[in-house]
Design a protein around this ligand. Structure first.
Ligand SMILES: [Zn+2]
Length: 413
């Protein structure tokens, strides 16, 4: 079988998709269930139909485009990613896996493949946490790891519920129905930009992802005592912000102390109340993200943060409340798929590195359902989630070629 990737077409389609944006290029903003998101989905569904794929959507807007195999009873081989883009981000995160996945299916059709298993492109709803504060919404629901009460409890910044927003966007039905049946997929492979610098630095065109890091996200609320910035003497203060600053440093310290480069901790949100220059902060709201590819090591960081919070609260006379937004287990990727990726790279004379995904992806949740792995391609300087995110057409075409070859192999197994 001779697979050729239409690099020009794929590049053009990535450009077209990037134009569905609420901000001027090169930045991209495409929030789930927004007008732009719905326009981009309609455009993508038309492309899938044009490619002869059977398109359906579930109650949360996860979109499936299927090429029926000769054995309709056999579990399908899935591939895909997301097209939502956080504010002022780039044009390759997620989209490479969706449009690359579509081009892989088209390339296999051109090559004359007649797959035994069905092949399916999957577009996940809301991989980014922008709107609902929780990432991987669509894949969590597919995997059944998110309680369906989320329909009413998840709200956007304007207070609208997931139920309101999804039905308004035309996705009705119960959230229970989103859950994917056992055996639906035999395997799932996601193509994605690395979002880190390693492949580019090493001059290696592809990465085979062996494990996906497990994020834990926390809300931390610190209550101290406010007061006049001039009148309250320093020894008498219970400054909520200074406690918060120590917590942020404790998170950094926890990540640095594990001895592993795969441990990371970030305090990304810090809201201060009452936020006045001449007022002592009485309350602070922090949100922090702690992750590792090793679940036990990640929990060591959480324990160390716990101890630091207890100590800081006591010493500073403040109260510190912790609440998990999510605390997911890491995923190990499937050896069966990894060996198909390795064989595909070899057939096309492409070098690859085995690596860990420090970012989390819908594949983390797909791995709860079926054997899963990811293929990474390099991106310039490792930049992602910013307008200058970039992967070259050649790099994307190589990833797409290996993806196509890999799913062709899996379809026959
Ligand atoms: Zn992504």
């Amino acid at each position: 079988m001779n697979i050729t990737i239409d690099q020009d077409r794929l590049t053009r389609e990535l450009d077209e998709l990037a134009a569905f944006s609420d901000v001027p290029a090169p930045a991209v903003t495409r929030i789930v269930f927004s007008e732009r998101d719905l326009q981009a989905r309609a455009w993508l569904k038309a492309l899938c139909a044009e490619a002869g794929l059977d398109v359906r959507e579930d109650a949360v807007g996860n979109t499936f485009a299927r090429w029926h195999g000769s054995d309709r009873e056999a579990g399908a081989v899935g591939t895909g990613s997301h097209i939502d883009a956080l504010p002022y981000s780039g044009r390759f995160d997620g989209t490479v896996g969706v449009l690359g996945g579509l081009e892989a299916l088209r390339a296999l059709r051109r090559a004359g493949l007649q797959p035994r298993r069905s092949l399916e492109l999957l577009l996940f709803t809301s991989e980014e946490p922008t709107r609902f504060g929780l990432g991987c919404l669509g894949s969590r629901l597919l995997a059944g790891t998110l309680d369906t009460s989320a329909d009413e409890t998840l709200r956007d910044g304007e207070g609208r519920t997931l139920h309101e927003l999804r039905t308004g966007a035309g996705f009705s039905g119960s959230l229970e129905s989103v859950r994917m049946a056992e055996g639906y997929y035999d395997s799932f492979v996601e193509l994605h930009i690395e979002q880190g610098p390693l492949l580019e630095r090493r001059g290696v065109p592809l990465g085979a992802v062996t494990a996906i890091a497990a994020p834990a996200s926390l809300r931390i609320t610190i209550e101290g005592q406010g007061g006049h910035a001039g009148a309250v003497l320093m020894p008498d203060r219970h400054d909520a912000f200074l406690a918060a600053a120590e917590i942020a440093l404790a998170i950094e310290h926890a990540a640095l102390s594990t001895g592993s480069i795969d441990s990371v901790g970030t305090t990304g949100i810090c809201d201060i109340f009452p936020r006045a220059i001449n007022s002592i902060p009485s309350r602070v709201h922090l949100e922090a993200d702690i992750r590792d590819s090793d679940g036990a090591r990640r929990d060591t960081m959480l324990d160390s943060l716990e101890r630091a919070c207890t100590e800081i609260a006591e010493r500073r006379g403040v109260t510190i409340k912790r609440e998990f937004i999510n605390r997911d287990a890491p995923a190990a990727c499937s050896p069966k798929i990894l060996s198909a990726i390795a064989a595909s790279c070899e057939e096309h004379g492409l070098a690859f590195d085995s690596m860990v995904s420090r970012a989390y992806h819908d594949s983390l949740f797909m791995s709860r359902l079926c054997p899963t792995a990811m293929i990474f391609i390099p991106c310039r300087n490792g930049y992602s989630h910013r307008p200058d995110e970039y992967s070259s057409p050649e790099a994307i075409a190589k990833g797409t070629l290996v993806l196509a070859q890999t799913i062709a192999k899996l379809a026959e197994k």
